[in-house]
Design a protein around this ligand. Structure first.
Ligand SMILES: Nc1ncnc2c1ncn2[C@@H]1O[C@H](COP(=O)(O)OP(=O)(O)OP(=O)(O)O)[C@@H](O)[C@H]1O
Ligand SMILES: [Mg+2]
Length: 310
């Protein structure tokens, strides 16, 4: 609510007008009443009114700006509350799915499925898969809350970026051939073999792992993942490209939101919770860098981000 013009300013204005009118009426006889005294009194009276008006105006302006400040604070609190509610809703929804699945498999085992060794193993594996999903979800949630709230501290140091890419590919090697997949990968270093970057090695490992993991998960079963490094005097640019089905235009700007999945059931089937890209975006933002995506249906997808050269 914006403050009204204070009544004392109005009263002062009325008084000034009334005085001016009276002054006009009695102008004629003022000489006989001792004009000089009257005019001095009038001068002081008008000065007093002027002072009151100016002071009140200052108070009025101050109140108005305080009021605007309060409105901003209230809006900020309301936004935080909405964020908290939405976040909790999304988190509990995502947690419920694997928890219910684990419960379901255990119940089935208890109801007799455990007697047959083959069936027992099948359900135990399924329960394990969901427990793994639960644990990685909790881990991702911790990272994203820390990154979003600014509680995460980066350990910035110099390291060779090409070596880090080789480390990531080594760690993910098994995923390229897992489950009927036969995906190959190529690294185009473009002369960056000895280039050093300034960043948090562990966090950048996480970013590249998420991007390569997506390229494998959402790419073709017999596809190709390409990692390309480019440089300019200030930066190194890292791209992860797959020749998969791509992402349509309408989804491109939304995939960096937390819990956003283009095809919910397909992603869930692949164990995706929609946090990977949100984590990448936040981690790079903390480095003062950005991530971008280029994709067309049927033409594959390329994610690119930059890092500062040391
Ligand atoms: N390379 C890609 N090709 C096609 N779609 C992709 C690709 N990368 C991401 N997406 C789409 O963007 C969505 C968001 O990706 P993101 O990595 O954030 O989540 P996720 O892979 O589903 O889960 P998480 O990474 O948390 O395990 C995915 O669900 C998928 O629909
Ligand atoms: Mg992902």
């Amino acid at each position: 609510m914006t403050p009204k013009i204070p009544s004392s300013i109005m009263v002062s204005l009325y008084l000034a007008i009334a005085l001016a009118v009276t002054y006009g009426l009695f102008q004629g006889i003022s000489d006989s009443l001792g004009g000089m005294v009257y005019e001095i009194l009038l001068f002081f009276f008008l000065s007093f009114i002027g002072l009151v008006v100016v002071l009140e105006w200052i108070v009025f302006r101050r109140l108005k700006s305080l009021n605007m400040l309060n409105q901003r604070e209230i809006k900020k609190l309301k936004d935080m509350e909405t964020f908290r509610r939405e976040f909790l809703g999304e988190v509990s929804h995502e947690l419920k799915t694997p928890i219910f699945a684990v419960q379901g498999f255990i119940h089935t085992l208890m109801d007799g499925a455990a007697d047959d060794e083959k069936v027992r193993m099948k359900f135990l594996k399924k329960a394990m898969k969901n427990a793994d999903r639960l644990s990685s979800l909790v881990e991702d949630l911790l990272i994203i809350t820390q990154a979003e709230s600014g509680e995460m501290e980066l350990r910035i140091r110099k390291f060779p970026i090409h070596e880090l890419i080789l480390d990531v590919m080594d760690a993910l090697e098994y995923k390229f051939t897992k489950k009927k997949r036969n995906i190959s990968y190529t690294i185009h270093a473009n002369g960056t073999e000895d280039i050093m970057v300034l960043a948090d090695r562990e966090r950048i490992h996480q970013v590249i792992s998420n991007l390569v993991d997506n390229a494998i998960k959402y790419g073709n079963l017999e596809g190709e993942v390409t990692i390309e490094l480019k440089q300019d005097p200030q930066k190194v640019y890292i791209s992860v490209h797959d020749d998969g089905p791509g992402i349509s235009e309408e989804h491109l700007d939304k995939i960096f939101r937390r819990f956003y999945r283009v095809d919910k059931s397909r992603s869930r089937d692949k164990g995706g919770t929609g946090l990977g890209l949100a984590i990448c975006k936040h981690l790079l933002k903390m480095h003062g860098e950005q991530i971008s995506v280029r994709s067309q249906l049927g033409e594959g997808t390329t994610f690119t981000f930059s890092l500062k050269r040391a």
